[in-house]
Structures are given as C-alpha cells and as structure tokens.
Write a protein that binds this ligand. Structure first.
Ligand code: COA
Ligand code: AMP
Length: 635
C-alpha cells in the first residue's frame, strides 16, 4: 500500500510538470503559466514561464480579500524591548502598501534592488514584502556582518535604496547599525541614492542630509500602492551566502516557483494549515528567515512569529516555552544550537514546568547536524516529535525531511529522513557513479531542481555552473557528503568544501584565511572548524609568522582576531588564533586540514602517506593542547 508521501514523491519525480502544475493552482496568478517546466535553455531550468504573479499579493491581499483580514498575520515578540505587537493581515497589508509607497516615492520600480540591513523587527518583514509588492528585488544582509561584508554586497547588488534601523539589540547590548551602514557605503564603489532609516529609541542615528530619510516620517506622508504583476521567473530576492572565497554567492530566488513550492511545504513538511500559529526562531538575514519567518507562513495564511531575542539570557532559558504557550504556537523551527544553549542553562528543563505547552505539536531542527543528545533531550522534555531536516540557502526549502503533513516515518537519529517530493537525491562517487546504499559519497540532486530553488547566481551564470553543476554532470552538487541507507533515509555527514557551520551560521574558512593573510607579519595560515559543544563548530586560526618576527605572539593573535571581527563581523565567532612553526602539508604543498581537524577534535587519524614530514603532527598536537584542544578540552 502506498502512503501519501510515496505517491507524492513518485509523481513529483516521474511527472514534475503534472505534480507542480496541480500544486500551483493553490496560488493566485494574474496570468496562468504557458509552461510549468521550461527546459529550453538547459542547464538553466525555469518554472512557470509565461505566468505573472505578485508574491506580496499572495502573502497578504489574497488573505484579506478572502476573509482573513482580522486574523493575526505577524506577531512581533521582543523580550529585549519588553514589547509584543500583533499585526492582523489587514494591518500588515496596509503597512506594507504604505512602505511600498515610500519606496515608489524614492523611484524604486520593478527590477530595482533594495538592500535591507535590519535587526529582527517587524519593519524588516514589512520592507521585504514592500519590495515584492512593487516588483523590486530585495537583498537582506544579516546584522552580524561587518561593514566590509555589507559593502561587498552593495557592490554586487547595486541597490537603488537601502533600508536600515538605528540599532539592533543583542541580548543586553545595543548594536548601532547606522555607523556600519555609513561605513559600508563609504567603502563601496556603488552608492545608493537613498537610505531609509528607522529610528529606534535605544539609539538615535545621525542622518545624512539629502541621502537619509526617516522611516516614520516617510510613512506619514506616503500613499499606499497596489501590487505590481511580475513574471513568475522574475527575481524576488538575492540572498548572499558564503562561498569558498571572500566573495559571497548571490543566490537568486524567483517569484512564481518560490511561491508555489513554499506554500506547499507549509502543509506537506510542517503540517501547518491556514490559521495555525507557527514560529521559526531564526533571523531574517538567513534563508530560514526568508522562507519560514516571512514568506511561507504568510503565503499559507498562518500566523508567523518574529522573535527579537535569544534562546537564553532574554531573560532566561524559559523564553521559548513562554513564547510557545503565550501565542499558542503549534510548531516551531530553529537550529539545534539554540536547544543546546537551553539545555546547557537548564539541563533538567525545570523552566518548562512553568508553562502550558499543550498547544505544541512538533519541533523542527535544521541548519546543522542535529546531534542525537539534543534530539533526545528535546523529545523527552517536550513530549513531541523532534524532526531534523536538511537544506541550504541555495535550495530555499528542505531537500530531506520527515514530511509531517504527508506521512510521518519513524525517526532515525542522525538522519533528516527521506528526500522530500521534488528532490531526486542520489549519492555518487568521484566518477559520478551511484554508490550502493550505506556507502558514503557526494550528495547530489538530479536536475532539474524543483521550483523555489536557485535558478542561478545574481548576474553570474558561469559561477552558478562552476559552483554547482560542473563537477557532477547532470546533477546539482550540494557540497555535502553523506549516504542513503537501504530504507531511503539520508544521512548528511560533512561539507566537502571549506564551509563551516557556527551556531547554525554558514561561514567560509577560506574567507577568514584571506583576512589573516593580510596581516603583515603572517606568512601562511589555515583556519579550521573544530567541534564545539554549544555552537557545533567554531573557527580556529593557525598562523606561521614571517622569519624574524620577534613580537609577542599574543599581540599578533589579538590583532588577527580583531581583523576578522572588523572585516567579516562578530558572527564569525573567531576568537582563537595560535602561532605555529609550520603547518602539516603533503609533499605537493597542500595543507592537511582534515588531519589537523581530527587532532583538534581528539579523533583517531592515520598519518597520511603523502605527508611531507610527520613530526609536524606532534607539534600541532602540542599547539592545540596549549589552547585547550586535542583532547584536553572535553575532559
Ligand atoms: N547583529 C549584530 N551582532 C550579532 C547579530 C546581529 N543580528 N547576531 C549575532 N551577533 C553577534 C553576537 O552578539 C556575538 O557577538 P560577541 O562576539 O560580541 O558576543 C557574535 O555575533 C556571535 O553570535 P552567536 O554565534 O549568535 O553567539 P551568541 O553567543 O551571541 O549566541 C546562541 C549563541 C546559540 C544563543 C545563538 O547563536 C542562537 O540563538 N542561535 C540560534 C540559531 C539561529 O538563529 N540560527 C540561524 C539559522 S537557523
Ligand atoms: P545554509 O546555507 O546556511 O542553510 O547552510 C547549509 C548547510 O548547513 C548544508 O549544506 C549542511 O552542510 C548544513 N546543514 C543544514 N541542515 C542540516 C541538517 N539537518 N543536517 C546536517 N547538516 C545540515
């Protein structure tokens, strides 16, 4: 007997046009598509060509016009400012239409780019939706990035307008955003015409005459504007993500395919219906925030929570339970690191006892590997299914998950369960041959990718092909290694590139090495992600100094830590660098990163046959012990 998952899965793979064509009828189209899957320009596949839509219309106006106007659309819950504000669908539609009027008044039209650099406040979502209302392409930049990272994105996206706020609040710290914004614009070659800045009472920003506009004042004089129809294939947003160098990749998302796929996932994966309350505890600067704080829940007609706080310390490790019970959250989504932080502060989960969590049905985790300890702790204390699922900025939604709205399967710890309908997932070896069940290889997806995934990189088709399609012809390379067992459960083991995952945040060690190499006294360096009990991984830098440098090593170490903070941002969590005499290398000069990592993580390793001089491994072990790694850390 087939179950709803099996039949959806086989239809999506055998007849993608039939499957997604049916799903797409659940959305509003100004004009229906001519072709569901346009493969006329392979390997650039397009979904719903010929159709015209507006994502904001589907997320807001459609619900207001169909009787959901008085339902809560967005709940802004901010323990750091001690405030809660509820926007109904009508209110959110009106705010968004008015801010769209502000953008239109500044000359923003269809196809223009708008960079949004904001903390977790409702205005961030309002700005995103207003862009999609006028057909502009937004690019949200995470607040924890430094001015230089913002400048790189300004140069690439070339925004007409930037939207920001005077400050963000990180736990108890007030982080001034405006100096970072001004610094980035100063550094960038491309200058936006205008910056719209929301003044928050905790820090007033200095405004630049002729360029900066006060959000609140602009809203009082703007006229609301209507939704602008765009082609289904027009970009909705660009989201920059770490690549293997300091140059981030501009992942593009289209309007039509994104809208269709995301709305469908709310029920199929998360079992959320219109009217349910849903909470993704992430940040609008990440893909999880785009897909599951803003777009998917609103497209579905659910209520979404936008939370400005941390899992611990705002005020305590009970805040997640407070939010769930106060707003009657049916299901939530966060990164395992958030639960590790809660577990660390409240190991016996005593704070749960203060709240009625009877409304809560499922916890979803993603962003990094879910360790069985954290899953079991959450299962035992919440008494609900804990569902790991696997996806990437590029994919926009889950590649593998336990589809709770189709057919829940038994959980296997360490596995995000099975490929979601739409994803033809395989494991291949270096020669692009499929391997047997249980064998580790590269996790790849047979083309075409389903709707809602990246059609290309922003104005860089070549880099799209080179990064994702070239190595395994016919497939999309996820850059994750893993295996699929004989029951079809996927296991995601490790990245195959230099990306590391720090507290659920995706970072490039290559980008950090570029910064360290710029230190005048550093001859050579390596940055590696080593295991961390809270954040999953954290970066550590190894520095080989130029001959003749006789300064205190501690000074240089402090300087490079500050350089990474200034150039990449505090989110890199780069706090440890150590000076070594030399790095372990192969005879051909390649740094043996995997071996250093195993030493740091206190794992067994084989001395590589290609090593130039094995005695360096003992030196590395001692250097790591000196900074609390290589076995001494966890004891
Ligand atoms: N704006 C400015 N600074 C920010 C920021 C933002 N939006 N987000 C993080 N930072 C800063 C932090 O203040 C911290 O600075 P510090 O070095 O001065 O202390 C630094 O960046 C590192 O932040 P983070 O890695 O988040 O560490 P943390 O110790 O502040 O918090 C957790 C640890 C686990 C509580 C936190 O990472 C968390 O809640 N994670 C949830 C998972 C998540 O949201 N993942 C996103 C993808 S789903
Ligand atoms: P990001 O683009 O920031 O979402 O990061 C994507 C990467 O995070 C993936 O390529 C994986 O390496 C990792 N990742 C995300 N979810 C999971 C998961 N459930 N299990 C293991 N790794 C994951």
């Amino acid at each position: 007997m087939t179950n709803p998952y099996d039949s959806a899965y086989s239809e999506s793979i055998n007849d993608p046009e039939g499957f997604w064509g049916t799903v797409a009828k659940d959305c509003h189209w100004y004009k229906r598509w001519d072709t569901v899957l346009d493969d006329s320009n392979k390997p650039f596949y397009r979904w719903f060509t010929g159709g015209t839509v507006n994502t904001c219309y589907n997320a807001l106006d459609h619900h207001v016009e169909n009787g959901r106007g008085d339902q809560a659309a967005l709940i802004y819950d901010s323990p750091v400012t001690d405030s809660i504000k509820i926007y109904t669908y009508s209110e959110l539609r009106d705010e968004v239409a008015t801010f769209a009027g502000v953008l239109a008044g500044k000359g923003v039209v269809k196809g223009d780019r708008v960079i949004i650099y904001m903390p977790m406040i409702a205005e961030a979502a309002i700005a995103m939706l207003a862009c999609s209302r006028v057909g502009a392409i937004h690019s949200v930049v995470f607040g924890g990035f430094a001015a230089k990272e913002l400048a790189t994105r300004i140069n690439d996206a070339k925004p007409k307008v930037m939207v920001s706020a005077s400050c963000g609040i990180e736990g108890k710290k007030v982080i001034k955003y405006k100096p970072l914004l001004d610094g980035a614009i100063e550094m960038a070659d491309v200058k936006p015409q205008c910056c719209i800045v929301l003044q928050r009472p905790m820090a007033q920003a200095e405004m630049i005459d002729g360029r900066d506009v006060d959000w609140t004042q602009a809203m009082t004089s703007a006229q609301p504007v209507d939704c602008v129809p765009v082609a289904a294939t027009d970009p909705l947003y660009i989201l920059y993500t770490s690549g293997t160098t300091g140059r981030p990749k501009g992942v593009v998302r289209d309007n039509g395919g994104h809208m269709v796929a995301l709305k469908w996932t709310m029920k199929a994966i998360y079992d959320i219906d219109a009217g349910d309350v849903w909470w993704a505890a992430s940040d609008v600067g990440w893909v999880v925030g785009h897909s599951y704080i803003v777009y998917a829940p609103l497209l579905k007609g659910a209520t979404t929570i936008l939370f400005e706080g941390k899992p611990v310390g705002t005020p305590d490790a009970g805040v997640f339970w407070r939010v769930i019970s106060q707003h009657k959250v049916k299901s939530m989504f966060t990164a395992p690191t958030a639960f590790r932080a809660i577990k660390r502060d409240d190991p016996k989960a005593d704070l749960i006892k203060n709240y009625d969590l009877s409304c809560f049905k499922t916890l979803f985790l993603a962003g990094e590997r879910s360790d069985p300890d954290t899953i079991q702790w959450s299962e035992n204390n919440l008494n609900v299914p804990v569902i790991d699922h696997w996806w990437q900025t590029e994919t926009g939604w889950a590649i593998a998950a336990n589809c709770m709205g189709l057919h829940p399967f038994p959980v296997k710890y360490g596995s995000p369960t099975k490929a979601v309908p739409g994803w033809d997932l395989h494991v291949v070896d270096v020669n692009n041959h499929q391997v047997a069940p249980g064998e580790i290889g590269a996790l790849v997806v047979k083309l075409p990718l389903p709707p809602g995934t990246l059609p290309t990189l922003w104005q860089n088709d070549d880099r799209y092909i080179e990064s994702y399609l070239e190595e395994f012809p016919g497939y999309y390379k996820t850059a994750d290694a893993g295996y699929i067992d004989d029951e079809g459960y996927a296991y995601v083991m490790a990245r195959t590139d230099d990306i590391i995952n720090v507290a659920g945040h995706r970072l490039s060690t290559g980008a950090m090495e570029e910064v360290l190499s710029d230190h005048p006294e550093v001859a050579e360096c390596a940055v590696l992600g080593v295991e961390d009990k809270l954040k999953g991984q954290i970066p550590i830098g190894f520095l080989v100094l130029n001959a003749g440098v006789d300064r205190e090593h501690a000074e240089i170490q402090t300087e490079v830590v500050q350089m990474v903070r200034d150039r990449i941002g505090p989110v890199a969590a780069f706090k440890t660098a150590t000076v070594v005499n030399r790095l372990p290398k192969t005879r051909s000069g390649k740094i043996l990163r995997g071996t250093i990592q195993k030493i740091a993580d206190n794992k067994d390793y084989n001395v590589p046959a290609t090593i130039d001089d094995a005695t360096v491994l003992g030196e590395m072990e001692n250097a790591l012990k000196d900074i609390g790694y290589a076995g001494s850390r966890n004891t």
